[in-house]
Write a protein that binds this ligand. Structure first.
Ligand SMILES: Cc1ncc(C[n+]2csc(CCOP(=O)(O)OP(=O)(O)O)c2C)c(N)n1
Ligand SMILES: [Mg+2]
Length: 611
């Protein structure tokens, strides 16, 4: 079928209907199983329809970018791929949408109807494949049924905030389009949107207000589900004298310069957050699925309130007294008039004071000497220079620790932690082509899903009004975070076989692609490297050679953590010397003598959690 032929197929209909649902980007990868649909995408572009097709380097990246696009824009997002194996590649990105509650629809090709069940080439039972990840999965089998399938997929994706999958067999893709007729067994479905701004009933809101009124030391844990509700969260905190903690993915919900925002909790969190959890008498979770229950208050210590749009997430991590099923913003708006202004802000002022002291500790940790560069210093210097409206992505790895510890996102900035910092960063450029984007990523993660994405940037950067994209690779030749997890969780020494990352010249790689590459091996040159990157309207790769032996220590350091680290060292960790040196430096900063002892001597038998 030529690109110039009329837009009269099922595929053309699907595209028109997706546009009606507000879809403006499709992240896709071709293959003959989706070939006729791709032909229709070409006709849509030719016809000037408001739908941009982006083709990155791999189907996994398509699905991750669609999820990221939904996160950045709040809109329904779409990815598309051919039948197996392309379809299988999308699973990771769709699970990302499932776990992080994002409205994503995947359009998946399938072999022709006649082949199904015959073990034909690249034919698989895709409904079965996607049935776990998708809230709705359906094959379009006739033109008249296409409408209801698309409408249900889009509505369920939006209202359930989950991925949905539409499978279109190759021959169906090019059948003649047909509006659903008025007929006994045909649904004539609607594309009118549904609001999810739901609020809980008044009696439950009043119960929550009573708990807040009685509280003297109130702590909020704010997650990504509260995005858009910043003003309401802050108003409630000011009314009740609460201190605020944000989950890692809620980091950009509360500006980093709010004095009683104590940032994250746990391994990558702050000491004031840790203290707040020990001391609070009221604990309110807002749009968060913070998983590490060990850091939450003791049972019976705090009265609990939770707000969540996904009812299955209510009351999961802590025995809450009130579980409010609703949208964070709408629920807070309904709750605020029921809550009076307190005249006791002493708890809030106390945590603000502790946070100020903690920033000093972080500063000192960032300037501890390391070989060759302390990774904390890299993030410390980035934080000082974050441009207005910056979007910062961060990958799994020690980067997540340093991002949590040292990055303070101001109003108007965005940030996200994912297992796909590069696809997320590139998706951010498509979502906000006028904003500077910074991707912070370890060398291991960069080799997994980052290097090929520089190719996608090369292909599409001409579309972005602001081409600034800074990719900072923490070059430590190690899967450091896991090396530490193996030491501290399982008491194993670092094993080169699984942990070594092949060193390559990342800056040179960027330059091969026509980008700016800067190699940094001297801590005194970090600041200038960031300045050069922020002066460049294009992609800059900062290849920063950092020390893998700077430990990602939790702010309070548990005895078990130290004991296992010590045991690993005694078993002959190859990096023993550096680890001990750096651990001790960091621990001295923390002033925790018991743990110092444990690291030196491997004592197992005394003490509880070192605090
Ligand atoms: C797809 C995937 N596989 C494995 C992991 C487990 N994992 C978590 S952090 C990490 C190491 C990352 O190493 P690197 O990117 O070099 O960062 P570093 O910790 O060295 O700073 C791995 C393998 C993961 N998060 N995601
Ligand atoms: Mg690494």
């Amino acid at each position: 079928m030529s690109i110039l032929e009329p837009r009269n197929t099922v595929s053309d209909f699907v595209i028109d209907r997706l546009i009606e649902w507000g879809v403006d980007h499709i992240f896709g990868f071709p293959g003959d199983g989706i070939g006729a649909f791709d032909g229709a995408l070409g006709r849509a572009e030719e016809a000037g329809l408001p739908l941009k097709y982006i083709r990155p380097t791999h189907e996994e990246i398509c699905a991750l970018m669609a999820t990221a696009h939904a996160k950045w824009t709040g809109k329904l997002s779409v990815c598309a791929a051919t039948s197996s194996p392309g379809a299988f590649h999308m699973l990771n990105g769709l699970y990302d949408a499932q776990m992080d509650n994002q409205p994503v629809v995947a359009i998946v090709g399938q072999q022709a109807m006649e082949t199904l069940g015959s073990a034909y080439q690249q034919e698989n039972n895709l409904e079965r494949t996607f049935s776990d990840v998708a809230a709705y999965v359906q094959t379009i089998v006739t033109p008249a049924q296409a409408q209801v399938v698309i409408d249900r997929a889009c509505r369920i994706a939006i209202t359930n905030r989950q991925p949905c999958v539409i499978i279109i067999p190759h021959n169906v893709q090019s059948m003649k389009r047909d509006e659903a007729p008025k007929k006994q067994d045909v649904s004539r479905s609607s594309s009118a949107p549904t609001s999810i701004k739901i609020t809980p009933p008044m009696d439950e809101l009043m119960h929550a207000a009573d708990i807040l009124k009685a509280g003297k030391r109130i702590t909020f844990m704010v997650g990504a589900g509260a995005f858009g509700a910043t003003d309401e969260v802050l108003e409630l905190a000011r009314k009740t004298g609460a201190g605020i903690i944000t989950a890692l993915r809620g980091k950009d919900v509360i500006p980093g310069d709010i004095p009683f925002n104590c940032e994250q909790l746990g391994l990558l969190g702050t000491k004031p957050s840790y203290n707040m959890m020990q001391e609070c008498d009221t604990f309110m979770m807002i749009g968060s699925n913070y998983p590490y229950s060990g850091y939450l208050p003791a049972t019976g210590q705090a009265r609990g309130i939770q707000i969540d749009l996904r009812p299955g997430q209510l009351g999961v991590r802590y025995p809450m007294e009130v579980n409010l099923w609703g949208d964070a913003k709408a629920t807070l708006q309904a709750l605020l008039p029921l809550v009076a202004q307190t005249d006791d802000l002493s708890f809030q002022e106390k945590v603000a004071g502790e946070m100020l002291d903690w920033e000093g500790v972080l500063h000192d940790m960032a300037f501890n000497k390391a070989d060759p560069i302390n990774p904390r210093r890299v993030f410390y210097e980035l934080n000082k220079r974050l441009p207005e409206g910056a979007i910062v992505t961060c990958d799994a790895g020690s980067t997540a620790d340093w991002y949590g510890h040292h990055i303070r996102l101001k109003k108007g900035m965005r940030g996200d932690l994912s297992l796909a910092a590069m696809p997320y960063a590139v998706a951010a450029k498509f979502a906000f082509p006028d904003k500077p984007v910074i991707c912070t990523i370890g060398d291991g993660a960069f080799q997994m899903l980052g290097m090929n994405e520089l190719i996608t940037v090369k292909k599409y950067q001409h579309l972005w009004a602001n081409k600034q994209l800074v990719v900072m690779v923490l070059h430590n030749d190690d899967l450091t975070q896991v090396s530490w997890e193996m030491r501290t969780e399982d008491a194993n020494p670092r094993w080169k076989g699984s942990q070594d990352v092949q060193s390559i010249d990342y800056a040179a790689y960027a330059e091969v692609l026509g980008f700016k590459g800067i190699k940094v091996t001297d801590p005194e040159k970090i600041a200038a490297a960031w300045d050069a990157a922020f002066a460049h309207d294009g992609l800059t790769l900062l290849d920063v050679h950092t020390d893998k032996n700077v430990p990602p220590l939790p702010p309070h350091i548990s005895f078990e953590f130290a004991r296992n680290a010590a045991a690993a060292l005694l078993k002959g960790d190859p990096d023993e010397k550096g680890v001990i040196m750096d651990s001790l430096k960091a621990l001295v900063t923390e002033n925790v003598s018991k743990v110092k002892q444990a690291l030196h001597l491997g004592h197992h038998d005394d003490g509880d959690e070192g605090k």
